[in-house]
Design a protein around this ligand. Structure first.
Ligand code: SAH
Ligand code: SF4
Length: 344
């Protein structure tokens, strides 16, 4: 790979890569990268062989180190490695009417939530916009060219729920979202940014031209408990976070969701349900309950009373769903990313 990956180039500037080619060449390449992505430059059938060959190692900004399959072929987890050795994990989940890719925004994460595998391994580096969009390109190409059982060929949703805190990498994530709505022609309503609660980033996101969905990883409804398991809460406490999310909801007219990973004795009490309901009402948010997925160093255990907790919330008038545990068998479920790569 001499020239760097095609995805790392600004899509508006692809023409500079082949100055001797006719002008329509860059449009053709752009189509192959974003509209109808392919797994290899060999599949870019309308390009001359010399060009396909020249870019054969330069399509992806990473190597595919491992592909794992779960849930009867409807969950795929890829471990990608960049030339400088950063590991990126991406998970594709197929359903009868949609296909969702869960992408990473950083290699590792600096925020150290106690129950999260990514957090336990620390921060490696930010991902570039092209490294973020290439994960989407890869998932799109996979769906089109290989496919998943009983799943559409078209990628319908993107969630920033892989490794990293997207709002701690704001500028690059912003550019990636711009390319998702522009180059990939995805609607902002099919994109979800999940944040642990970076208040300034949430406010900035509310003012962007595209109205993406916001998911907030809350996990505890009082400051003392939350600061213990989500350390960034000490900087952005619940009152500020609640206001920022409400501002995002009011500005974008999108209903936020609250992510609540169920931990035994930590956040599954009647009192937490009552406090959570208050916050959910203030944020006008939907609540997603997530069974805690095991990670190597987590002390917390999953809650045995998820259904009860759901009923409590419903009793308080909260809109609530229990998240499925897609990908658990291949360590691709929420918070498990980095488990496998850490042992390779
Ligand atoms: N940094 C962002 C996005 C990545 S984490 C954030 O924290 O929101 C994606 C989701 O997985 C978050 O809601 C996170 O709290 C949750 N999660 C982390 N560890 C988990 C675990 N062990 N079991 C279940 N969910 C977990
Ligand atoms: Fe980082 Fe999110 Fe994991 Fe917390 S839950 S450590 S913010 S990736």
């Amino acid at each position: 790979m001499t020239e760097g990956s095609l995805y790392l180039h600004d899509p508006d500037d692809l023409a500079s890569l082949f100055p001797d080619e006719p002008a329509y060449r860059s449009d053709q390449v752009r189509e192959w990268l974003y509209r109808t992505p392919v797994l290899s430059t060999e599949d870019m059938t309308n390009l001359p062989g010399t060009l396909r060959h020249r870019f054969e190692d330069g399509l992806w900004p990473f190597e595919v180190i491992r592909e794992q399959s779960g849930d009867g072929g409807r969950t795929k987890k890829w471990l990608f490695r960049t030339p400088d050795g950063a590991d990126i994990e991406t998970v594709l989940m197929g359903y009868p009417r949609r296909a969702t890719v869960c992408i990473s925004s950083q290699a590792g994460c600096a925020l150290g939530c106690t129950f999260c595998a990514t957090g336990q391994f620390g921060f490696e580096r930010h991902l570039e916009p092209g490294e973020i969009t290439a994960q989407i390109g890869y998932a799109k190409a996979y769906l089109r060219m290989v496919g998943m059982p009983n799943t559409p060929e078209r990628l319908t949703n993107v969630v920033f729920m892989g490794m990293g805190e997207p709002l701690a990498n704001y500028r690059r994530v912003r550019e990636a979202i711009r390319r998702m709505t522009g180059e990939f022609a995805m609607s902002a309503r099919s994109l979800t940014v999940s944040t642990v609660g970076m208040v300034p980033g949430i406010r900035r996101l509310a003012e962007e031209p595209w109205r993406v969905n916001l998911a907030v990883s809350l996990h505890a409804a009082d400051d003392e408990t939350r600061s213990r398991i989500v350390p960034i809460n000490r900087r952005y406490p619940l009152a500020d976070l609640t206001e920022a999310v409400r501002y995002h909801a009011d500005t974008t007219r999108r209903r936020p969701s609250i992510e609540w990973t169920m931990m035994d004795g930590v956040n599954d009490t009647d009192e937490q349900a009552r406090l959570l309901a208050e916050i959910a009402h203030r944020m006008v948010a939907h609540v997603n309950l997530i069974p805690l997925n095991p990670t190597p160093f987590t002390e917390e255990r999953t809650s045995p009373r998820i259904e009860e907790f759901r009923h409590l919330l419903e009793g308080h008038g909260v809109n609530v769903t229990v998240r499925d545990t897609r990908g658990r068998d291949i360590d691709a479920a929420c918070g498990q990313l980095r488990v496998v790569s850490a042992t390779t």
